[in-house]
Design a protein around this ligand. Structure first.
Ligand SMILES: *Cc1c(COP(=O)(O)O)cnc(C)c1O
Length: 415
């Protein structure tokens, strides 16, 4: 990441770009939604395709000169279909939020009803939060996780669905560490004659690798982002059966977007190609093994995990039992000062606020990309526990920070 061309013409921006690459190299990214895309993906995203207008779809564009745009989009679609086993794939959404927006536009009318998981329980803004378009255009109600167990309350979901009579049920989450029973949610959607939209933004890579059950072929629509556990660069994706293909394509363009970001579609093609390599399955298995190692070790240090553990790439720690005076925001700040980068997060039964919540969320997708195994991940858990036990202690911070530097050096990135 030398950014020679930017450096030659724009030192101010170059300084920030080089600084960011250095920051990623020298810190441990444990934000559960982040990962490190390969240099090949980053290269494709930084290509001349950023210049190309390609409104429409391969073979039916509104502009001339789309031969190469068609080629990368066809590759991205073909590879995605193979990865997730979907009948129809649209790779143009600019992000996961745009993917959801397109699905809603495809099958809902303003005023229709969406039933989704409450944000504080692990849902996502685009599932109907009042600050998001979805909360403003549609009538929204929520289901929850069981506050005692931290597992999805499937019975509560069925009851809410009966009472609310939704037009769509959204499943798939931002901060849920357990496997999702897609069939069970789909049965509820069928029973109330609602569409089932499964948003696998976080677990796209785990689903592609077969280490988490797939909603493809179960839910009516599957949406996702392409930059989280699947390392294909920023973007979104929609998958569905042939019967919804035209509605989805029309909803993505011209419904919610103009020209596709063809450089990002190229990144998706490269990233999906990488994920088709058998090595990716090992990667995804290691991501989950590392998350389990992280959770087990944090629990050994007396920390409470929501649901008691994880089946995925992330753990959610409820700090209220072990560290009642430490908020998630303060924990985030103290850890960031040592080079461990994660986020404060709401927990089920939140008693603080979304801006300064009671939990922290930590993921292993990015560390695993750098080659972390369970032993190295356990050490990171030890470091996290040390900081949480003495968040203001300068000596602890210095010690942990030194060890983070060594762990980063032992697991090089972009070299
Ligand atoms: C991350 C995420 C998205 C997509 O977010 P974008 O930032 O718009 O790509 C959508 N749904 C869920 C559940 C997510 O966690």
């Amino acid at each position: 990441m030398e950014h020679d061309h930017v450096r030659a013409t724009d030192p101010a921006v170059a300084e920030a770009l080089v600084g960011e690459a250095e920051r990623q190299r020298n810190t441990l990214s444990m934000i559960a939604s982040e990962n490190h895309a390969s240099r090949a993906v980053v290269d494709a995203q930084g290509s001349a395709l950023t210049n190309k207008y390609a409104e429409g779809y391969p073979g039916e564009r509104y502009y001339a000169g789309c031969a190469y745009a068609d080629a990368v989009e066809e590759l991205a679609v073909e590879r995605a279909r193979e990865l997730w086993g979907a009948d129809h794939v649209n790779v143009q959404p600019h992000s996961g939020t745009q993917a959801n927006m397109a699905v809603y536009l495809a099958v809902l009318d303003p005023g229709d009803r969406i039933l989704s998981l409450e944000l504080e329980h692990g849902g996502h803004l685009s599932h109907g939060h009042p600050a998001n378009f979805a909360g403003q255009l549609y009538e929204v109600d929520h289901y929850r996780v069981d506050p005692e167990t931290g597992y999805l309350d499937y019975e509560g979901l069925a009851e809410r669905a009966d009472a609310f009579d939704p037009d769509a049920i959204v499943s798939g989450f931002s901060a849920y560490p357990r496997q999702v029973d897609w069939e069970r949610i789909d049965a509820v959607a069928d029973a109330v004659d609602a569409y089932h939209v499964a948003d696998i933004a976080h677990i796209t890579g785990l689903v592609a690798a077969g280490v988490h059950p797939s909603p493809v072929g179960v839910a009516d629509f599957v949406t996702g982002s392409t930059h989280k556990t699947i390392r294909a660069g920023r973007g979104g994706i929609v998958m569905c059966g042939e019967e919804h293909a035209d509605a989805v394509d029309d909803a993505v363009f011209p419904g919610v977007q103009g020209g596709p970001l063809m450089h990002n579609v190229a990144g998706k093609a490269v990233g999906f190609g990488e994920a088709l390599d058998p090595e990716f399955e090992e990667y995804a298995e290691q991501v989950v093994a590392n998350a389990r190692a992280l959770g087990d070790r944090l629990a050994d240090h007396g920390l409470s995990l929501v649901s008691g553990g994880t089946d995925t790439h992330l753990v959610l720690v409820d700090l209220r039992d072990s560290h009642p005076d430490l908020s998630g925001g303060d924990a985030e700040d103290a850890l960031a000062a040592t080079g461990i980068v994660l986020n404060g997060n709401t927990v089920p039964g939140e008693t603080r606020s979304p801006f300064d919540p009671s939990g922290i969320r930590a993921g292993t997708a990015a560390l695993t990309t750098r080659g972390f195994d369970e032993a190295a991940t356990r050490e990171v858990a030890d470091l996290i526990a040390r900081v949480l036990d003495a968040p203001e202690d300068g000596t602890v911070r210095d010690d942990v920070s030194d060890r983070v530097d060594e762990l980063c050096a032992a697991h090089p990135l972009y070299e």
